[in-house]
Design a binder for this molecule. Structure first.
Ligand SMILES: Cc1cc2nc3c(=O)[nH]c(=O)nc-3n(C[C@H](O)[C@H](O)[C@H](O)COP(=O)(O)O)c2cc1C
Length: 148
């Protein structure tokens, strides 16, 4: 069964990365994945099997160190992950962002990993490179192998 990759994407980078990851998985022996995009209109739904979350970073104020964070545009994913028993099935978080944001790089994914008690299994910038795709695929595969 393909493992669900839940994600949110405002400008398409995370969506593009996940498409590349799924294409890679389909040509490679090992686990396969299914993309599940969450947006503001997605009804809350009970996840019934282990899944990963892909989380881009959108902050509008706050440095995450000593004055908090103001998260924008990704809140629908946090709400979905928090729904019912969904936190229990979350086995890993992948963060994306832009390193120009320095200490705030992939901060939302780090916060979700802590909030939902799941490991941060990797990160990539923007749409990611071909090397990132392989690296994240390997990290997801290892997490799945350790979970099952
Ligand atoms: C308003 C705004 C705020 C952002 N804040 C951060 C940030 O704090 N840390 C970070 O790593 N990236 C930040 N980014 C970069 C995005 O996370 C990055 O472009 C990501 O690839 C967007 O994913 P998406 O296209 O799937 O929505 C920000 C981008 C925008 C437009």
């Amino acid at each position: 069964m393909a493992t669900r990759l839940l994600y949110i994407s405002q400008s398409g980078n995370t969506r593009a990365f996940i498409q590349k990851l799924i294409a890679y998985a389909d040509t490679h022996p090992g686990p396969t994945f299914e993309a599940v995009e969450i947006n503001d209109l997605t009804p809350d739904n009970h996840e019934t099997s282990d899944y990963f979350a892909f989380v881009p970073t959108y902050l509008d104020g706050g440095n995450g160190i000593d004055n908090g964070v103001k998260e924008i545009l990704t809140n629908a994913l946090a709400d979905y992950l928090a729904y019912g028993n969904n936190p229990r099935h979350l086995i890993g978080v992948v963060g994306s962002g832009n390193k120009n944001f320095n200490a705030q790089y992939v901060l939302t994914a780090k916060r979700y990993a802590q909030m939902f008690d799941a490991p941060l299994v990797g990160d990539f910038e923007l749409r990611g490179t071909a090397t990132d795709v392989v690296r994240i695929y390997d990290a997801l595969s290892q997490t799945l192998a350790a979970t099952n």
